[in-house]
Structures are given as C-alpha cells and as structure tokens.
Design a protein. Structure first.
Lengths: 335, 613, 332
C-alpha cells in the first residue's frame, strides 16, 4: 500500500481485495494446469505480452549476438566521431547508431539491449528471494502461531511502517560506502557485495512483507482444514504437513503474488539506479535515464529509448500477471 | 610542514577549489593573460573591468548548484565560497579582477614590509574600517591577529594555514595546544602580534629564507586574514565546531543579511540561499576599498542541480549569472553560437586535471606499465567529457599556460616525451611499453591487472571515469569502477593512501600561489604523502624528484626559479605518475542585462565589480 | 471504543520505538562505514576524528547509543542560541553547519505537503469518474481502452514520465511550451505562481496512483453491483443512475479511504523523492537525495524515522476511523 510514487500497489490492492478471497483448496480441486493455460490463452493481449517477454529474455541472454546481428557497436565502445567536433555533444539517431549515442559516444541501442540483463536478473532474483523469505516467514507464523507468529507479524508491521524507498536508498548508499578500495565495502561486514548484490538484497529486504502476510493468512486457514486435521491425526510430522499438505495448496496465491511483484521490482531497481544507488558496472535502464537527465532536453533519444523499453517490459509483466491472476481465480476476473 | 590538498570539481560538476593565484610580492611583470596563451577565441575572452559609467543599484541573482563550504572566513576554501568572501570581507591583501600578477593591498595600507633578514613581516592596517552591525567598531591589528590565531582551532577547520605557517615562531606549539584543548579558545601564537592598533607583526624562526617569508605574506590574501572581533567571536569559537559561521561580522562592501541585535545570519540558509546586502558600515573609497560595489543587493540561489536548465535560464533571463557550475556542453554550444556578445566567457583556470595511478602498488609500481597507460590514453576523448576544444588544451605536462615555468617546460608541446606526444593515444607505443614491462602480448594479463577505480557518480566526472575505464580495458585491464560522491571520493578513498584504489580518475590540482612551486610541490613531493589528507594521489616518492623540489623551493630569482621548477616538471612527467589531460577554461554565463566582471584570480564572477546594464 | 483507541495508540507508540531501533540498527550496524570519519568530512586529522568519536559517544556500547538516540526522538529539542524548538531531537546534520535534523525536515516539509496534496486532488478527480464510467460500461471499447491506458501509466517509471512531460510541455525546453519547467517552484514567489509551477509535477505524481485507483474502484464497483441488495434496489424500480450512485458508488468507495490514508502517508514520508528530484522541488525527498550524496547519516536516519512517524500516525487515524464506521473491528 505504499509506493504510489514509482510503482503501482497491486500488492495492497490484491491483498485486501482479490487474493484474500482466493480459496486455495477450491482452486486446487478444480484447476489443473490445462484449465489455467486455456483461460490464459484466451487473453490475446496477455499472449502478446508473453511473447514480448520471451523475446526480451532471449535478447538479454543473447545480447552480444543480437547487437552483432544489427551491426551495432558493443555497449562500451566509444565512437568519438559521433560527438560534435567542437563541443563534444552527443548526436541523435542515424544509420550508424539507430538510437543515437550517449554523452561519451556509446551506442544507445546496444546499451538498451544490454540493460535488459540487469533488469531481468534483478527482477527474477529479488522476486525469488523476497518470495522465499515471505513463504518461510508466513508458513512459520501461520503454522506455529503463538509467539513466533507475534514476532513475525510484528516485524512485518514495523517494516511496513518504514518508508521503504527511503530505507532502500539509504541502505544501498550506506552499503556502498565501505572502507577500502575494493574489499570491505558492502553490508553485514562485507557479506553483501556492492553492486548487483546490494540491489537485490535491498529490494528483497523491503519486499517480502506482503508475501509473508498472504502466506500467513492462507496457512492459518489451511491448518484448520479437514485434510490437515486428518494428516495430523494419522501422526504426520509438522514438516510433512507443511511440505505435503499446506505448501502445495499455496501455489496459486504464491504464483499470483510473485507475478505481481516482478514488475514492481523492475521499477524499483530502475528507481534505485536513477537515484544513483543501483547497479553501476553495467548498463541498466534506470542508470541510463539518470545519465540522460542532465541533457534530456538536448539528447532526447538518450532518455526516450531506455524509458520506452522499460515501460513496455513492465507493462508486459503486468499484463501477464493480470491474466494469470484471472486464469487462476476466475471469480475475481476483471474484464 | 603539513600540506593540505585542494580539489577541483564538486558534486554536480561545479568547481570546488579555491584558486590561489598569489604572486610574489617582490613584483612580477612577466606573464600575460591566459586567454592569449591558450587560444580562447577573442569573442569569449573574459571581461575584467567594469564598463565606464556602470549603473549603480539593482539586484543580481547568482544561480548555484551546491552550497559554499563554509561561511566562516577562517575555513572557506572553495572557489565559490571565495566569490562570496571577496565581496563581504576585507583581507590584508586581495585581488583586483584585472591584476592576478600580484595581490593588491586592501585592509593593509600598502605592501607587506619584509625585513631584509627575512625574519619579520609587517602590515599596516588602514584607519576607519569598521565591522558590520552588531559589532560596529573599528578594525584593529588585533582583529587580524585573532583571525590567524583562531585558524589553529580544530573547530574552525582551516585547511591551508598550517601548510605555510610552521615557519612562524610558536605556530606549531599553538596548533598543538589548540588540538589538545579545542574548546579553550584561540591559543596565542608567539610570532603573531599587534604592537599597536595599526601594526600587525609576524616573526619567523631562523634560519630565515626570504622566499618563505614571501609565501607567508601571500597567504594573507586568503580569507583567513579577514579580521574577526575577538570579544564577539570568543563565545562561538569556544565550541567545537565553532559556530562563528552563523554569526560572521563583515568588513567588505556587502554583508550577509543578519539580525542587527544578535548578529545571527538570517540571509543564509545552507543549500538554499545567501542574501547579500550593502554593509552599512562600509565606507568604500574613504577607507581605501578599491571595489566599486555597484549592485544594491545580491541573491545567491542554490540547489539548481539541473545545470542545463539553470544555464539556459541565465542566458535568456534578467539579472543572472552562474555561480558554481559550468553550463553543459550543449548549452555552451548554444551560448557560443546564439547568445549576445559577452554572455559567454572563458577565463583561464590555473592548474590541471590528471588521472592518478597508484605508483606504490602493482601494476602501476612498474613505470613501463604507467607509460603504456598514458601512451594508450586518448586524452582528447577525456577532454571531450567536459566540453570540446574550447574548454582548454590537452595537457602535456603539469605547469599550466600563463604560469611562470610554463614556457620553460616547453609550452603546449611539453617535453617531447613519446608517451605524451599523441593526444589521441598511440596503441602501438602502448603495446611496446607493455612488452617492456614483461607482458609479451602487449596487453596486461594476470591477477594484478584486476584493478579498482573510484571516481565521481555524476557527470561530467563520471563520464571522464568511464571513458578512462574503457581505455584501460582496451589495454587488457579488468577495471572495477566505484562511482561515489565527489567529496567521498577524496575523503574516503583517493586522499587516504591506506584505502587508495589503483586509479583515481577525477582528481585535479589548483596551485596555492602564482608560483610554480605551488603547482608541483604538494602533489608530487614524496615526504608530503599524508595518511589522512594526501594530495600526492599517485603517491610518487622518487628521491630524484624530491631532491629537485627541495632545491627549487629556495631559488629566489624569478627566472631561475621558473627554470628550476620547469626541471621538476620534466622529472615528474618522466616518472609518468598520472595522465595529465586538460588545462581548463572555465565557462561563465550571464544574462544580457548584466555587465559581469570576471576576477581572473579564481576564474569566477566578481560580485563587487559586476553591475546591471 | 475508547479501549480500542487506547490500545491502538499504545501499539503505535511501541511501533515507533521499534522503528527507531530498527532504523538505528540499520544505519549504524549494517554498513561498515565509520560515522566519525563521515562527520569529520574532508581534511580531518586523526585527532579531529578522535574528538568527534568522543563527542558523538561512538565508543559507548551500542545500546547506550541507541537509548540516547531514542531519548532524543521523544524529547523536544531546544536550540537556545537560535531560540527555536521542535517536537523531536534527531541529532544534527553532519553538514549544513550542524543544523538540527528536525529543523531541516520541517523546513523542507511544506514543499512536499504542497506537492502531495495537489496530487491527491488530481488523482481522485481523475480516478473516481474514470473508475465509475469503466465499471458502468464494463467490457465496452471505452472500458478496454481505459484499462490498457491505466495499466500503461502504472507501468511507466515516474521519473521517466516526468522527463517526458518536461520535454513535451515545459516552458523553457518543451516542444509545446505550456507549463513552467524544472526549478520553477523555487522561482515562484506568489501562491498562484507556486500552483502553476506544480501543475506538471502534480500530474506526473498523480498519474500512476490515479490509474491504480480507477482500476480498483472499477473492480469494487463491479463486485458491488452484483450484490443482492443492488438487485433488490433495481427490482424496486429505482432509476439506474440512482442505484449506481446511492448504493453502488457509496459502498465501493469506502475502502478507497484506507488506501488514500496510507498512500498519502507514504508520499509525505518521502516517497515523492523521484518526482521531487526530477522537478527539483525542495521537499523532504529531494533533501534525502542530497543527504545520501553526502553520506549525512543523521539526516537520512532522521528523515526515514520521520517518515515512519507519518505512516504510523496515518495508520492509526485510518484504523480509528474504521472502528468508528464499522463497530465489528473493535471487538476483534
């Protein structure tokens, strides 16, 4: 329920409106993969978005090849000839540089392609980390209840009360300070390295809370269900009940929430990069837009293209996420 | 002698360092204006005198990206701060915008009198100069004495006096006393005294050296010699840090707006604005103040981090000039092509920017690797990150154009060293040097080629760093670049040898005096390597260079001195400790209705000479 | 009711104490940086750093340092020299002449409040009609177009949207120079001038939230309209307009109040940082960027904690409001 500033709140919206209403047992009972995929494929727009994302992932993985295919220079190659001879200002789209060049003559097209790597790596790993942390915390709280539940729930309350974007920015900055040139920097005594590591950690650290709340709520209701009671009565261990009975029934809400989280994480990463505390050793979209800011009125191409690709990527993830939510939970179908 | 560093470049591309362009007091008629020697087109040459019949009155607005470093004249040290200090204080000596060859007596009646044995320096203070309200009394020599003495307090945080003053009798003892008892008030420096209200006497310890006495006299044109009323400042200075910066008393034609009862500066909101108004107690001409002070008031607005739009606003607006930031290259282009005459000016900025290579650790402890890096470096591409050719020539050595010793060092051509010959870089020569260093392939290979670079996190410094990173990678290095805030780059990395990365791409040096010693002594003299505030960023410590520096310091004759320091320049350049890449011109912009005057001393607008049309 | 309120207030206070602890821990324990060196800044000698370490009490045990910090948070500060006081003592900034942190925050707050309140008005003014029309015309072409457009706004990074808006409409550099551009907030001296300078930032900041609210309202309304009592109302022969407004919208809009409270709190707490950066509005978020650039730990810490304070208070208000509206909550 935060963050109107740079990302949407489907987390909150979902949590309070749709997700809570999912009856996981009901879905599990009548939603095999086929049903889901048939419903999903009905949504043409989501299918288009999915194709876009597959292409994007391929481009990110095969970036060097794609760049070569287009005959573009590498992301770090500097073409001084593409700068104004007297004032060294960058030049716009041309046949040699289809998206123009940045202020030191690097090709914006190939940097944009490479930028997909950072966005996707951070998106998937931070989401995975946050989801994992959320599942563990939520399961423990919901299943064990008592003081464990109190502790975890209250921690979530506390974290939710701290303005996370400021916290993340401050934390990322503090973690980059470090002592020595090279070693010693980072957080938790150097455990977390500056750069990609810090960004993923910081994003996950401030994003696991909603997942934990959802999982906790679901677990609380699941543990009272008959099939869990039954398993317990035949002497199944807690571990077994959690992994065999409860977790499988949580798949649907977890997938839905994770799919909502991904686009948010992408915007989150871009925001951190824009504020100068993100990934710095490779091109990223947020960082490109940040670099373009001082010259946006003169070199419009530099801010425009990375921004558009970022927009389309987030939009595609949102479309796919929505469609997945609808397909898993037809009762809350939106369109 | 403890030497402190200076720096160029602040967050947001603003220029940070205070330029010390002191001339030796003995007089020096040589040199010329920087524009002529470095090829600034005539149309962009700086205007250094007010027009005839300049208009009185009106308000000037100065747009700035960042803030001054200190309001306390005992601590102020940035170019931008100096712009404010020059308009609000009367220092013993100060700077006529047009005359950078030597400082002009200001609070002092005339030139400092240096005794023949070089053991005492005397200044005679002018009659009738008064402090701004609420102090309101006449300035005496004791106020300057106090100003110098309080500069030893840790709470005042002066960064340069100690560099020059240890030759003053009792200075080191006073500094130690202040360090031991930072809240016990300013210690007495035995060698600084005011025998009467009009005389300030400075005594130096033997053995006397006229050259050293001159340097100390020159230092007193810096803001530290602005008088401070002890009875008023005492209570502020009893704190650590001192709070005098919030209650400064002024003697210049302008003052920061203040509360006339308490003296608290109401016109200064750090990071937001500084409001300068006329100092009611300034009598101008009557007390020998040479500054005309045409403007009625000056409003310095800070926080214009979007420097492109701020510069455009100035060009198209009314009554505005730029403060601490250069316009972006695109705006420079516009200004030079479309703006009216004199709206865009390019004063020469003494000093150089260089990329320091850590000579104490692998791989750059090998001189051939360093030469290879320099040979490979496309310095024109580095220069392009700050603008084009208009922004200044590619440096080929260290002493900058227009400075004594520049011609003796071979001028723009330099010493003819092969690795500094091609401004676009010479990859083949670089490969040769790499082979000499034992890398058969001509590229750096192995674990020691994984290096760290710490540089700026914003343009243009960040761009420079990234371009250089690319150039290193072309030579086979694996570079980890850590972009940080400019100040952090210095205080936590590049100026702390223990934390020093292999490459510091965003350092620069502005000389302390208009003397070649100031160009080279601090940044390349081995014994000055300081564990906390090092300015010898390459950590160059070569006996041959050290010896040449020690000898050159004592040379008194102007011409011989220039030769001696040119020799030091050659020895340093031959050691290849850094990549010198620009002798810079600093771009200034003003609105069409402003008759701006540039003070060549710190290459920025002189507020006390500028007027509105 | 009173007992519920007291309980909530007590929990809020506890929450704030814990938040202070967490914020303190995060900024003093996580990073390896030495606060004494950070405060000393440039050109500090080893002795000066030692003095600072002493004066900040950095060698004291961590819990003592924390208690001292906490003590400050809950006691009013008085700057006798300047004759200013304020509700909290959050320490003093490393930079900016050692100005008290709370003084800096209170100085920057008005700009943020102005920015956020205007944006709230705009996003509600857009979201409510759009949401209702979409819901009423469910599955029409208009509805589909609206849903895609809103999703696009939700997906656009706000800082990029700001740049694009400036590139298109700013008076100084825009292709269609209509609205005041970057930094105009600082220049504007009159109230109307400030309002004008904030039009673009308001629109940009409101865009994503307006889209979220429109979508949310739409789905709420669709749910509500299928409820039994709506059918009853229709069956009674009430006009469709009356059914939608009197019965549908009224109950669909209630949960929005909760969202609104929290969104406003988070934005006031500094999440407008990106918009403030792009448009150079001297608010709390912009100050954070400066503070981070200078590693001004007390200031960053103070702003984060101050933000937490906002969020906790707004949560409290929303909860109490809800308890008042919906008596069931109290007995949970």
């Amino acid at each position: 329920m935060e963050a109107s500033d740079f990302r949407e709140q489907p987390a909150a919206v979902g949590a309070s409106a749709d997700l809570v209403e999912i009856d996981p047992t009901a879905i599990a009972a009548r939603t095999p993969w086929e049903l889901f995929s048939r419903r999903f494929r009905e949504d043409k727009l989501a299918m288009a978005a999915l194709i876009f994302l597959v292409v994007l992932i391929l481009v990110a993985v095969l970036a060097p090849l794609v760049v070569k295919l287009f005959g573009a220079p590498g992301p770090d190659e500097r073409d001084t000839g593409a700068l104004d001879p007297f004032f060294a200002t960058p030049t716009g789209p041309s046949s040699a540089h289809i998206f123009g060049v940045d202020q030191i003559g690097r090709d914006v097209f190939s940097r944009t392609l490479y930028g997909a790597r950072v966005s996707l790596i951070v998106a998937f790993s931070a989401t995975a980390l946050a989801t994992l942390a959320g599942i563990v915390a939520g399961l423990l709280a919901g299943y064990l209840r008592g003081w464990v539940d109190t502790l975890i729930s209250r921690s979530v309350d506390v974290l939710l009360a701290i303005p996370y974007l400021l916290l993340a920015t401050g934390l990322a900055a503090a973690c980059t300070l470090g002592e020595a040139g090279g070693g010693g920097a980072g957080c938790l005594g150097g455990l977390i390295e500056p750069g990609l590591g810090v960004v993923i950690f910081v994003i996950a650290f401030t994003s696991w809370t909603y997942m934990a709340r959802i999982v906790r709520g679901q677990t609380l209701s699941l543990r009272e269900k008959e099939f869990v009671e039954a398993a317990r009565s035949v002497g199944a261990s807690n571990t077994r009940i959690i992994f065999k009975e409860i977790l499988p029934n949580l798949t649907a809400p977890i997938i839905v929430y994770a799919s909502i989280l991904i686009p948010q994480v992408i915007l989150y990463e871009a925001a951190l990069s824009f504020l100068g505390v993100g990934v710095t050793d490779q091109p990223s979209w947020g960082q490109m837009i940040s670099d373009a800011t001082p010259i946006f009125s003169d070199a419009w191409w530099y801010m425009l293209f990375p921004g558009l690709v970022l927009l389309f990527t987030v939009l595609a993830f949102n479309l796919v996420g929505d469609a997945m939510q609808d397909a898993l939970n037809p009762r809350a179908k939106k369109t | 002698m403890r030497l402190k560093w200076l720096r160029l470049l602040v967050p947001v591309g603003a220029l940070l360092a205070l330029v010390f362009v002191l001339s030796s007091c003995g007089g020096d008629d040589g040199g010329g204006d920087g524009a002529a020697t470095t090829g600034v087109p005539e149309e962009f040459a700086p205007v250094t005198a007010a027009p005839d019949g300049a208009t009185e009155g009106g308000e000037l607005t100065v747009l700035a990206a960042g803030d001054i470093d200190y309001m306390d004249p005992g601590a102020a040290y940035y170019t931008f701060s100096y712009m404010v200090m020059q308009a609000t204080h009367r220092t013993l000596l100060s700077w006529d915008p047009d005359d950078v060859e030597e400082p002009t007596p200001d609070l002092a009646e005339g030139e400092p009198q240096i005794s023949e044995d070089g053991l005492t320096i005397e200044f005679t203070i002018r009659d009738g100069v008064r402090f701004s309200p609420p102090v309101d009394r006449e300035v005496t020599a004791a106020d300057v004495e106090y100003a110098i003495e309080r500069s030893t307090l840790p709470g005042v945080a002066n960064q340069y006096v100690a560099t020059y003053a240890s030759a003053i009798v009792g200075y080191d003892a006073a500094a130690n006393q202040a360090a031991d008892d930072p809240t016990g008030g300013a210690p007495d420096i035995e060698g600084v005294s005011a025998p009467d209200d009009r005389t300030l006497r400075i005594e130096l310890a033997a053995p006397p050296k006229v050259a050293i006495a001159r340097v100390i006299a020159q230092m007193l044109s810096l803001p530290v010699s602005a008088p401070v009323p002890e009875e008023y400042a005492k209570e502020f200075d009893a704190k650590n840090p001192s709070t005098y910066g919030q209650y400064v008393a002024f003697t210049g034609p302008y003052m920061v707006e203040n509360d006339s009862e308490t003296g608290e500066l109401t016109g200064y909101t750090p990071g937001k604005e500084i409001k300068l108004v006329r100092n009611p107690n300034s009598d101008g001409d009557a007390t020998g103040d040479f500054r005309p002070a045409y403007l009625e008031s000056i409003e310095i607005q800070e926080g214009f981090t979007d420097t492109a739009s701020a510069a455009r606003k100035i060009l198209s607006g009314d009554g505005q000039v730029n403060g601490d930031f250069p316009p972006t290259p695109a705006v420079q282009k516009e200004a030079s092509q479309e703006a009216e005459a004199e709206q865009f000016q390019l004063p020469n900025f003494p000093g150089y920017r260089h990329i320091a290579l850590d000579t104490q650790a692998p791989p750059f402890d090998d001189i051939n690797v360093r030469k290879a890096v320099i040979a490979n470096s496309d310095r024109e591409a580095l220069r392009n990150t700050r603008g084009g050719p208009l922004l200044g020539p590619v440096a080929t050595h260290y002493i900058s154009p227009g400075f004594p010793g520049f011609e003796e060092s071979g001028g723009l051509e330099g010493f003819g060293l092969d690795y500094l010959a091609n401004p676009n870089g010479d990859p083949e020569l670089a490969a040769d040097y790499m082979r000499k260093a034992g890398f058969e392939s001509g590229k750096c290979e192995g674990a020691e080629c994984e290096i760290t670079m710490v540089g700026d996190n914003i343009a243009p410094g960040k761009d420079t760093a990234e371009v250089f990173k690319g150039q290193l990678e072309d030579l086979g290095f694996k570079v980890t670049f850590r972009p940080v805030d400019h100040a952090i780059m210095y205080t936590r990395f590049c100026s702390v040898p223990e934390q020093q990365p292999e490459v510091c791409p965003n350092v620069g040096w502005v000389p302390d005096f208009r003397d070649p010693q100031a160009m080279l002594d601090v940044p390349f003299y081995g014994p000055t390597i300081d564990p906390e505030n090092n300015s010898n960023w390459p950590q160059l410590d070569v006996p041959e260079v050290n010896k040449a520096i020690e000898e050159a310091r004592l040379v008194e004759d102007e011409a011989e001195r220039a030769e001696a320091w040119a020799e030091v320049d050659r020895l340093v350049s031959e050691q290849a400790p850094a990549v010198p890449w620009i002798w810079e011109h600093y771009p200034l912009v003003q609105s069409t209705d402003v008759a701006g005057v540039v003070n060549l001393y710190n290459a920025s607008w002189d507020l006390a000479y500028t007027s509105l049309k | 009711m009173l007992r519920y309120i007291i309980r909530r207030i007590l929990w809020s206070v506890v929450l704030l104490v814990i938040c202070s602890a967490v914020v303190f821990a995060i900024f003093y324990i996580f990073p390896t940086a030495d606060p004494a060196k950070l405060r000393a800044g440039r050109a500090a000698s080893a002795e000066q750093i030692e003095l600072i370490r002493e004066s900040l009490g950095l060698d004291d045990p961590k819990h003592e340092q924390f208690l001292r910090y906490l003590g400050g948070v809950f006691t009013p500060y008085k700057n006798e020299e300047k004759g200013v006081d304020g509700p909290f003592d959050l320490g003093t900034s490393f930079f900016q002449n050692n100005t008290p942190v709370s003084e800096i925050i209170f100085d920057r707050l008005p700009a943020t409040v102005f920015l956020v309140s205007g944006a709230v008005v705009i996003w509600l003014a857009i979201a409510i009609p759009v949401g209702i029309i979409s819901a009423v015309r469910q599955r029409s072409l208009l509805d589909r177009a609206t849903m895609i457009t809103t999703l696009a706004f939700i997906s656009a990074p706000v800082f990029w949207l700001g740049l694009v808006a400036l590139y298109l409409f700013a008076q100084d550099v825009g292709q269609f120079p209509i609205f005041p551009g970057i930094g105009s907030y600082n220049d504007a001296e009159t109230f109307t001038g400030k309002v004008g300078s904030l039009i673009l930032p308001w629109l940009v900041l409101a865009a994503a939230t307006a889209a979220i609210y429109a979508r949310y309202l739409r789905s709420q309304l669709i749910d509500v309209m299928s409820e039994d009592y709506i059918r009853t109302a229709r069956a009674k022969g009430l006009s469709e307009r009356r059914v939608i407004w009197r019965h549908g919208v009224r109950s669909a809009i209630t949960p929005i109040v909760t969202l609104l409270g929290l969104d406003v709190a988070v934005l006031l707490a500094g999440n407008a940082i990106l918009t403030e950066s792009v448009f150079n509005i001297p608010g709390v978020g912009k100050e954070t960027v400066t503070a981070i650039g200078q590693s001004d730990l007390p200031l960053i810490q103070g702003i984060v904690l101050f933000g937490a304070f906002f969020i906790v208070i707004f949560n409290l208000i929303v909860d109490i409001l809800y308890a008042y509206l919906d008596p069931r909550v109290r007995y949970q």
